[in-house]
Design a protein around this ligand. Structure first.
Ligand code: ADP
Length: 293
């Protein structure tokens, strides 16, 4: 309102200006509030992620200690079983009963299976220190496919590779990388029942990383399983078929490279595993690089 004696129109204009200023101040305050809310939401999300990582690290450490103890306890008697089977085989009479030969073969196969599980456990519990070096990803993929082909579950899988010449070498430990790739290929073979198609595609990112996607034409990963597939001992395979350690070990290996592994389902429904590698190089051109190392 105007002061007494002010013309009414002028008083009204002043009121309108004051009101407009108030509205602007209110708008600014609303903007600041919205920014604050978004900042808090981001902070909350970061906190939840940090908590998740911490829980995961703690869980892995506990499982690791347990696994190391168990592997040690199982390893010694297992060595004895294998030794006694060899001894029994050496002492078989010239014309042994077929049941006896069969029983010894079964004991030996079962012992080998336990031995593999124990070695997986030890790998998981006490991973060897990685020797990081620049690795030619295309060559590593080729070598792993050749290894996978030996296994029935991958023998008839069709493979498509799309890894350009211009990609820089990735920082990895050759032996550990082959373990990760082989695990992904064999899992894909399992998921597709031994027949289907696997595509391996790699590209460089602007921040100098290389991403390798391994996509299969299997049924994909159930939504409820997706958050758990990297957990140690999580498996949906039949008893005796899977230990649930392959992806947990792969996760740990990719972390030791300073990289990442993630999974989702592709547009066509199959599973897609994405490996992200460091390279130490920023991808700026499509010029072919000399093969590494
Ligand atoms: P394992 O192979 O012994 O089960 P992994 O840790 O390698 O252990 O895999 C854990 C689980 O992740 C599998 O049992 C399966 O449920 C799921 N999985 C892994 N790879 C695939 C894939 N390509 N398609 C569908 N599911 C998969």
């Amino acid at each position: 309102m105007g002061t007494p004696g002010e013309p009414g129109g002028f008083a009204l204009t002043r009121a309108a200006v004051a009101f407009e200023r108030l509205a602007i101040a209110f708008d600014e305050e609303r903007g600041r509030l919205a920014a604050k809310v978004s900042e808090l939401t981001d902070a909350n999300r970061a906190l939840a992620e940090a908590r998740e990582t911490l829980l995961r690290t703690e869980k892995l450490a506990t499982v690791g200690r347990l696994a190391a103890g168990l592997a040690h306890e199982v390893g010694n008697p297992l060595g004895a079983v294998e030794g006694y089977v060899e001894l029994a085989r050496a002492r078989l009479p010239p014309d042994p009963h077929p049941d006896l030969v069969d029983a010894l073969a079964r004991i030996s196969t079962a012992a080998q299976r336990i031995d593999r599980i124990v070695r997986d456990l030890l790998d998981f519990a006490r991973p060897s220190v990685p020797l990081l070096a620049p690795i030619d990803l295309a060559a590593a993929v080729d070598a792993s496919i050749r290894l996978a082909r030996v296994q029935v579950r991958f023998k008839h899988v069709e493979v498509e590779i799309d890894i350009g010449d211009h990609l820089p070498c990735v920082l990895a430990d050759e032996h550990h990388l082959s373990q990760v790739l082989l695990n992904l290929l064999l899992n894909a073979g399992d998921a597709m029942g031994g027949a289907g198609r696997v595509r391996l595609m790699a590209h460089g990112t602007q921040d100098g990383r290389v991403v390798l996607a391994v996509e299969d034409s299997g049924p994909g990963i159930a939504a409820v399983d997706l958050p758990r597939i990297f957990d140690p001992f999580f498996t949906t395979k039949d008893p005796g078929e899977g230990t649930g350690l392959g992806l947990a070990i792969s996760h740990r290996i990719m972390e030791s490279f300073g990289g990442e592994i993630a999974a989702h389902n592709g547009e066509r429904g199959g599973a897609v595993f994405e490996l992200t590698f460091r390279t130490g190089v920023v991808v700026t051109s499509a010029r072919p690089l000399a093969r590494c190392p």
